[in-house]
Unconditional design. Structure first.
Length: 219
């Protein structure tokens, strides 16, 4: 009888161990899925080759997963801003790149808003900024890039006479990426991909002047 009880106890203990192992495996799987590479973050916004550039300029290879990009929020914010009749309006974040193990100020983001007419003519720029020929105005630096566009769309009543003015910004927090032409080009290319996604969703004629492949010609 004692031997049977002992055997039964071993079976129960083994079963409990299997359950515990199963729970640990599920927990490990869940933790692994919390972080993804740059090719899967923000709804898969970045293709394989561009994902490598994202990892290079941010100096990170794993980011918090974010199911889908914030494109719908950006389009709604820009549409609301345009319909408000104001000269400028705050926007929304398209893609947040929060690195694994990062803290405040780390990571990077792509954000869009509506700029005022005088902004595109402002000659001021951060140190190390290089201007490019793409869009109404484009510029890049070691820590990010900026892009100014004008959108005429059947979704925006009156835009034939007064286009929607779109400002896109890509900013990088803590990064060891060198201040080189390659880094600046990569930053502008990353922003171009996000901007092209937005203007296509808005139905902008001629993609608001954006080429399908980014024009990285300096002025």
């Amino acid at each position: 009888m004692r031997r049977w009880a002992a055997s039964a106890g071993l079976v129960v203990a083994a079963g409990a161990g299997l359950v515990a192992c199963g729970s640990d495996a599920e927990a490990d799987k869940g933790a692994a899925e919390t972080f993804v590479g740059a090719d899967k973050v923000c709804g898969g916004l970045f293709g394989a080759s561009l994902a490598k550039k994202v990892e290079a300029v941010t100096a990170d290879s794993e980011f918090f997963a974010s199911g889908t990009s914030g494109r719908d929020n950006v389009v709604e914010a820009l549409t609301d801003g345009y319909e408000s009749g104001r000269s400028w309006a705050t926007g929304a974040t398209l893609c947040e790149l929060s690195p694994k193990g990062g803290g405040a100020g780390d990571g990077a983001k792509i954000k869009f808003s509506m700029y005022a007419p005088q902004d595109v003519k402002d000659p001021r720029a951060d140190a190390g900024t290089v201007f490019y020929t793409m869009g109404k105005r484009s510029e890049a630096r070691a820590t990010g890039a900026s892009l100014y566009l004008e959108c005429v769309s059947p979704q925006l009543k009156g835009s034939e006479a007064q286009p929607l003015r779109i400002y896109g910004g890509f900013t990088v927090g803590e990064s060891d990426a060198p201040d080189t032409p390659e880094t600046r080009d990569a930053n502008l290319e990353i922003l171009h991909t996000g901007a092209l996604s937005v203007v296509k969703e808005l139905g902008c004629e001629n993609n608001a002047g954006l080429p399908e492949t980014p024009d990285l010609t300096p002025k």
